[in-house]
Design a protein around this ligand. Structure first.
Ligand code: GDP
Ligand code: MG
Length: 444
């Protein structure tokens, strides 16, 4: 999508005059790209109309600003569509039951644990109830997860009625004064109607304060109907989108938000219980548009980089500047940041550079690129003018010096430079997106 979008915008910037036809053609291309990213057809139509209405042809005709205006408008419109309102949150001192629904394999059980762990760390007393009697081993899975998170749990190996288990479990934890009682459910039945009836029955006995619909971020056009089906059965209050660490752009999530009119509260970014983040519409849309998860990356960076170094980096990035030194520092930091592929996927172009994001290959590539940068001069590393620097770095004598000094191949250098150029271009674009300046630093 990112490539298509930029393609459309470049086309527009090349047109000598921006008229309605050019804008329409460009918008059409963006919409095609969104459809391919699994955004619901009706939503795309709506977006197209809204963007068109918000655009002022006279503004667009002012020339070089045109693509910026259109891009910003698309970004804002998507962010607005993705905003389903303020999600429900548990309150301290008030007992809540939270029921999780969604089809099997979407990540419910994993997400229940993440949710429990998240609120446990915030000082809530939490507990989990396994009301999935359909899947063999469901209780063992929940038990294992809960034990790992040190969260009390309830379930049964012998009872076959999930409604009974749910009722008993919730009752027990109510008397034990648990703050958040999490009810995990099944996601499959021999008959679909039976599943929905089961959800309705469980919901009736446990009287949830919130029902969370868990969906796989890779879900495509089917997301709309599926979310709607759950919404018609139980009172879905919020959504959690899982597996956002993979290649999924999450277009289906937009459909689910629209279908249920419920906000996304969290996203799942891995199999482990701490790979769980509060949802942020702007980051999500950036990712959907292929602009990289700027804010998410910033949050990660602030975890490992000393504060005085952060300011400078934020400043540079938000000005659209991306000197090679920054890439070098990223590599150093990434080595301390843990699950590498996760961090990588947030920076535009990074995934490419890392050979598909497999950690072992990534580590080898990082080393390769770092040795090359080690044989560069300070001037080459710190030049804030990417274009000039790239011109400089295409001089044969420089390339020879660097490649020889690093004991690497010419093609390694070529790879590094090609990818770096692409990333610098992306960062340059971020500047236009009005992204947060020192947000994460102040938030702490
Ligand atoms: P359920 O059937 O809905 O309860 O789904 P599970 O919780 O059993 O998860 C199904 C699979 O998805 C498991 O292998 C999980 O480890 C995996 N999974 C769940 N959430 C995520 C996520 O955010 N990222 C990744 N990569 N895998 C996930
Ligand atoms: Mg499960």
């Amino acid at each position: 999508l990112g490539a298509r979008l930029s393609g459309a915008l470049v086309k527009m910037s090349k047109s000598s005059k921006v008229d309605q036809d050019v804008v329409d053609a460009c918008l059409k291309e963006i919409c095609t790209a969104l459809l391919q990213a699994d955004v619901n057809v009706r939503l795309v139509k709506q977006l197209q109309t809204n963007v068109k209405m918000s655009l002022n042809l006279e503004d667009l005709q002012s020339g070089f600003n045109a693509q910026r205006i259109l891009q910003k408008s698309v970004f804002q419109e998507l962010t607005r569509l993705m905003d389903g309102g303020k999600p429900w949150v548990p309150k301290k001192g008030k007992q809540s039951v939270v029921m999780f629904v969604g089809l099997q394999g979407n990540g419910k059980t994993t997400t229940c644990t993440k949710y429990a762990y998240h609120y446990k760390r915030k000082g809530f007393k939490v507990a989990m109830v396994c009301a999935d009697t359909f899947r063999a081993g469901a209780f063992d899975q929940l038990k294992q997860n809960a034990t790992k998170a040190r969260v009390p749990f309830f379930g049964s190996h012998t009872e076959t009625d999930p409604v009974k288990i749910a009722e008993e479990g919730v009752e027990r934890f109510r008397t034990e004064k648990v703050d958040i009682i999490i009810v995990d459910t099944s996601g499959r039945h021999k008959q679909e109607s039976a599943l929905f009836e089961e959800m309705r029955n469980i919901s009736e006995v446990v009287q949830p304060n919130n029902v969370i619909y868990v969906m796989d971020g890779a879900m495509g056009q089917a997301a709309h109907d599926q979310a709607l089906a759950f919404r018609d059965t139980v009172d879905v209050g919020s959504i959690i989108v899982t597996k956002m660490d993979g290649h999924a752009k999450g277009g289906g999530a937009l459909s689910a938000v629209a279908a249920t009119r419920s906000p996304v509260c969290f996203i799942g970014t891995g199999e482990h219980m701490d790979e769980f983040e509060p949802f942020e519409a702007e980051s999500f849309v950036s990712r959907l548009l292929g602009l990289g998860d700027f804010k998410g990356l910033m949050n990660k960076i602030t975890d490992v980089i000393p504060e005085e170094a952060q300011e400078e980096m934020m400043e540079k990035l938000s000005q659209g500047s991306f000197p090679l030194r920054f890439l070098y520092d990223q590599f150093t930091n990434i080595q301390e940041m843990g699950p590498m592929s996760q961090v990588m996927s947030m920076l535009p172009g990074m995934a490419n550079m890392m050979g598909g994001g497999r950690d072992k290959e990534s580590a080898a590539n990082i080393k390769k690129y770092m040795t090359l940068m080690d044989s560069m001069t300070t001037k080459e590393l710190d030049n804030p003018d990417t274009e000039k620097n790239m011109k400089m770095l295409s001089e044969t004598s420089r390339i020879n010096r660097i490649v020889r000094g690093a004991g690497r191949q010419y093609r390694d250098m070529y790879e590094l430079i090609t990818q770096y150029k692409m990333m610098a271009k992306m960062v340059g674009k971020m500047k236009q997106m009005k992204l947060p300046k020192k947000g994460p630093v102040n938030a702490r």
